[in-house]
Design a protein around this ligand. Structure first.
Ligand code: ASP
Length: 290
């Protein structure tokens, strides 16, 4: 039976340029919102739906995450992802992960199978191998970079995927996955796998960010939004607007999706665009790139 409590919002990155056609991404994102809606209405936990949605975004090759990621300056693909369960604040993340098809599945394994929060580099890869996660045989043929190497400012140089969801039990969850920013140095890690920066979920709000990760870390975007609401009594709208303004004050570009425990949705961005789709309060599916 359909519930009007469940919500889902996803993004396909802040790197949307006005002269490009995003109809494939929009159609794909809408399909994933529909699938997520059906799962949530069937009683699936928000955490599962977030992982499934992000895994599908990664696998599509349509965004700068998973299969669509771009290599670092040394030509190596190093991917980051994180996942958080609001009610328990359990969290798992991987950084600079090489050689695995789905960073979000690796983040989930860190959450569920270790006592740690974040595994990086070779250790993350060794753990993912022990967990039997799908490996990439040949990065040269497996990756299909979704975007050309950046020209045209910061907003063309980013592109991440993320999802936030609220399930029938009232639980929030959030996740984010990325190939990082174009032209990054080997070993560079952005906001995506950092809980409280590029991703956060507690019992107040669930947040997933996209944009210039350094500034999202410096503004502690995920935690700042949740704490403005929890300790400052701000609405989701006010908290997200004020926090993104801090990113802007640091000369950072990007955006975020956020969902409150009450089911409110906010999707602000200061970049030229942000690909996104959502399941609204009336059960309607929306989508936009700008
Ligand atoms: N925030 C990501 C990072 O800095 C990039 C992006 O959102 O496109 O790694």
């Amino acid at each position: 039976m359909a519930s009007n409590r469940v919500r889902l919002v996803l993004h396909g990155g802040a790197g949307a340029l006005p002269d490009r056609d995003y109809s494939r991404q929009i159609a794909h994102m809408r399909g994933l919102v529909e699938a997520g809606r059906d799962r949530l209405n069937g009683g699936a936990p928000a955490l599962d739906v977030v992982v499934e949605t992000i895994a599908a975004l990664e696998d599509s090759g349509l965004y700068v995450a998973g299969r669509g990621a771009s290599p670092n300056r040394a030509g190596v693909y190093e991917l980051d992802a994180s996942l958080m369960h609001g009610p328990t604040r359990r969290v798992g993340a991987v950084a600079a992960l090489r050689g695995f098809a789905s960073p979000i599945q690796a983040a989930r394994a860190v959450m569920e199978r270790t006592r740690h929060v974040l595994l990086a580099g070779e250790g993350a890869a060794a753990f993912a191998a022990d967990e039997g996660l799908e490996t990439i045989a040949d990065p040269a043929t497996w990756f299909t970079p979704a975007a050309p190497r950046g020209e045209g400012g910061a907003s063309s140089q980013t592109g991440t995927v993320g999802c936030v969801a609220l399930d029938e039990s009232g639980a929030l969850a959030a996740g984010t996955s990325t190939g990082g920013v174009f032209g990054k140095l080997p070993g560079r890690v952005g906001d995506t796998p950092i809980p409280g920066a590029g991703m956060w979920a507690d019992d107040t709000a669930a947040i997933s960010c996209t944009g210039e990760g350094e500034m999202f870390i410096r503004a502690a975007v995920g935690a700042q939004i949740a704490f403005r609401m929890r300790f400052g009594g701000q609405s989701l709208e006010a908290a997200t607007t004020a926090t993104l303004a801090e990113v802007g004050a640091l000369a950072g570009e990007g955006g975020l999706i956020a969902l409150s425990a009450a089911g409110e949705i906010a999707m602000p961005f200061n970049s030229r665009g942000m690909k996104r789709a959502w399941l609204g309060a009336g059960g309607e599916i929306g989508s936009a790139a700008f």
